[in-house]
Write a new protein. Structure first.
Length: 207
């Protein structure tokens, strides 16, 4: 792809660094911005810059937040004794879109995957254990992707929580094994949450 402007080329190269954005799509986005009013482009740039500089992560659940504690954790109308454990922030967004869950979350930041070099110490597992020890958590719902790594993570955390009087469940397998929560349709995901089952099988079968 040959450009008549180094400024245009640099902008296209930056946009093409985004996931799922190739050079042709990046070029369309850049040409679109060129057609916009300068004030609109400045506002766009300022919004992205402010987001990157000011974004925070909730001290309690590790979700993205504007403050030290996210809006979900600070919402007194939600069930604070119900925690849904997810792999990523994208999973929080997917579950929230179903409007079927009224508890809180805990974002692990990944799942245990030795082949990928991801161990328990690299995840937000200890903060989850500490949270349960300090709070009166009644139920912990594992909403991890249905695959071997997800089951291994459930097993590991479940074993760590054996001494705590907390009910441990997992979403029903409405989501196909090997699938990812963020790509599941809202109805399937909602049914998987509402029809959750005991996690005893996952905690005992792997060991």
């Amino acid at each position: 792809m040959i450009f008549s402007s180094a400024l245009l080329e640099n902008a296209v190269n930056e946009f093409s660094k985004l996931p799922g954005i190739g050079k042709k799509t990046a070029l369309r986005l850049v040409l679109h911005l060129i057609k916009q009013k300068e004030s609109d482009v400045v506002q766009f740039s300022a919004t992205i810059e402010a987001m990157r500089k000011e974004i925070k992560f909730c001290n309690r659940c590790h979700n993205i937040s504007d403050k030290e504690v996210c809006n979900i954790c600070s919402n007194t109308s939600r069930k604070q004794d119900l925690i849904c454990v997810v792999e990523t922030i994208r999973d929080v967004i997917a579950i929230e879109s179903t409007q079927q869950f009224n508890g809180t979350y805990h974002v692990l930041g990944g799942i245990i995957s030795p082949l990928d070099g991801v161990g328990p110490d690299q995840l937000h597992i200890e903060s989850l254990i500490t949270r349960i020890a300090k709070e009166t958590t009644q139920e912990l719902i594992f909403a991890l992707n249905p695959n071997i790594q997800g089951d291994t993570t459930i097993y590991y955390i479940g074993r760590k929580l054996k001494e705590y009087p907390v009910k441990i469940t997992t979403i029903a397998r409405g989501v196909a094994f090997g699938g990812e929560l963020e790509y599941a349709d809202e109805l399937t995901l909602a049914k998987s949450i509402n029809n959750r089952i005991s996690a005893d099988h996952y905690i005992t079968s792997i060991g």
